[in-house]
Design a protein around this ligand. Structure first.
Ligand code: NAD
Length: 501
């Protein structure tokens, strides 16, 4: 895919309903990680661009927050239909900029996003508060659920389109306006997403995109005085920066951070299902998934069978041209990221049994950032590969003997985003779902997500929920309204404060 094939992408920003070039004088090449080719060269945003975007969002908030849920719902419904018409364009672009196999973008990223838009079109009309009533004999109380204001949002590169959707949709469905900064290496589908939203009738300024570096534009957005709330998806270390920035003007914060998901295989598990589940759960998006299975915790009686089974399937996974629907796994997002993953695996070779790994040989892989699936067996619970987020196609495996040990190992991590338990024993399954501290626990599966259910972490995986009606709570504030019922000028309770009639 060349720059000339994508003329609509020449403008990198989307501010106040219009595409625009950045004005920083700094440029970035958006690269296809499968081929090393430049898709397009973009001029990055300046802090002036952020000011313009925030000003547009602030102005738009007045009208947008006053629209009825039905009006917001109608725009989102139209948005979903336009996305459907352009689904293939989104799938191609997401595949090219992020190095995802086209099968994944066609069957997961794009339809998942459209379903999200449809979900929030419905959810916008179902915002509710507690019933009103007389909680004091002299007053009627009611609850108003209101939008917060301008949301400053920052998203990562691993699922550029879906992460943008998860941030934008609940925010605007609830009546907020937003300025979103996508990762500068994968901004293209986010800008296109905003363009299509505008075509669907979303008013100018409601959804703005600024493309720039995190350390400059991102940091400026986080501290902007006219931004009322920060919503961030990315690493735990930058999440801490977001919290610090929020403190300057006491902004509300929503954080979706890193993960290191345990995958617990009990001795009574359907082992064939667990092996296939481990391969799919660890290799989705080349392992660059915050909920990916990364720590397999396997009972001693089935341990070696599990290791051999996963290693064998890993060796059959087809790496290749991301445009080919037959390709299973694409490259990592960049050469720099591959280097980080490779270094962690090389260090693990010193202390564990490593199956696979390394850069695949062959002309077709020469310019991409491909890395082969890697199983690291006998990884001790305190080892780097078992504890740190690798964010690549790497599954570390360790052994356990008792159920208590398995649960303790699953919880022995600062993260708490997702986990799975593999067992045919209902009591074990129940215990695992209750005792594993993570935002999601799957039983006999790993990865599926749906628009109706919340996604979000515990512990250092962050707080707040994406998707589902719970995310609308994040982007709204409840207000207590109290009406005097007596009509009295001298109210009874005044006497507590002063006794003059
Ligand atoms: P990252 O934290 O490096 O970057 C995320 C975003 O923050 C990017 O847009 C980046 O430009 C911006 N950023 C970087 N430095 C900044 C700064 N100082 N101020 C403001 N913004 C800044 O993360 P990444 O490498 O893009 O993504 C991978 C990480 O995201 C992994 O840790 C992964 O687990 C996490 N993630 C979490 C979820 C979730 O739902 N919990 C989903 C996807 C990814």
């Amino acid at each position: 895919m060349s720059a000339t094939a994508l003329p609509t992408l020449a403008a990198s920003q989307f501010i106040n309903g219009r595409s625009a070039e950045g004005t920083s004088g700094q440029f970035t090449d958006v690269i296809n990680p499968a081929t090393g080719e430049v898709i397009v060269r973009l001029q990055l945003a300046s802090t002036d661009d952020v000011d313009r975007a925030v000003a547009a969002a602030k102005a738009a908030f007045v009208q947008w927050s006053a629209t009825t849920p039905g009006e917001r719902s109608a725009v989102l419904a139209k948005f979903a239909r336009l996305l459907e018409e352009r689904a293939e364009e989104f799938a191609q672009l997401e595949s090219a900029q992020a190095g995802k196999p086209i099968r994944l973008t066609r069957e997961f990223d794009v339809p998942g996003t459209i379903d999200n838009v449809d979900f929030f079109s419905g959810a916008a009309r179902n915002l509710e508060g507690k019933a009103s009533g007389e909680y004091s004999a002299d007053h009627t109380s009611s609850i108003r659920r209101e939008a917060i204001g301008v949301i400053g949002s920052i998203s990562p590169w691993n699922y550029p389109l879906q992460m943008a959707a998860w941030k934008v949709l609940p925010a605007i469905a609830a009546g907020n306006t937003i300025v979103l900064k996508p990762a500068e290496i994968t901004p293209l589908t986010t800008t296109l997403f905003a363009q299509v939203a505008a075509e669907a009738g979303l008013p100018d300024g409601v959804f703005n995109v600024v493309v720039g570096k995190g350390s400059t534009v991102g940091s400026y957005l986080l501290r902007h005085p006219d931004v009322a709330m920060l919503s961030f998806t990315g690493s735990t270390s930058i999440g801490r920066t977001v919290l610090e920035a929020a403190a300057t003007t006491a902004k509300r914060v929503h954080l979706e951070l890193g993960g290191k998901a345990p995958f617990v295989v009990f001795d009574d598990a359907d082992l064939e299902a667990a092996i296939h589940g481990a391969v799919a759960g660890s290799l989705i998006n080349a392992g660059q998934d915050c909920t990916a299975a990364t720590r397999a915790i396997v009972h001693r009686s089935v341990y070696e069978q599990f290791v051999q089974g996963v290693a064998e399937l890993y060796s059959k996974v087809k790496l290749g041209d991301t445009a080919d629907p037959g390709t299973d796994m694409g490259p990592l997002v960049s050469l720099a990221h591959r280097e980080k993953v490779a270094e962690m695996v090389e260090r693990a070779r010193g202390y564990a049994r490593v199956f696979g790994g390394g850069i695949p040989e062959g002309e077709q892989f020469a310019n991409g950032s491909y890395y082969r699936p890697t199983l690291v067996a006998d990884a001790t619970p305190d080892s780097e590969i078992f504890r740190e987020e690798v964010f690549g196609p790497v599954l570390a495996v360790t052994v356990f003997d008792t159920d208590d040990e398995a649960i303790a190992l699953a919880n022995d991590t600062p993260y708490g985003l997702a986990a799975s338990a593999w067992t045919t024993n209902v009591y074990r399954a129940n215990r695992a779902t209750r005792e594993i501290r993570s935002g999601c626990v799957w039983v006999n599966d790993h990865i599926p997500i749906i628009s109706e259910m919340p996604h979000g972490g515990m512990k250092q995986s962050g707080f707040g929920k994406d998707m589902s009606s719970y995310s609308l709570d994040e982007y709204t504030v409840v207000k207590h309204v109290m009406f005097d019922l007596t009509g009295e000028q001298h109210k009874g309770w005044h006497r507590t404060i002063f006794s003059i009639d």
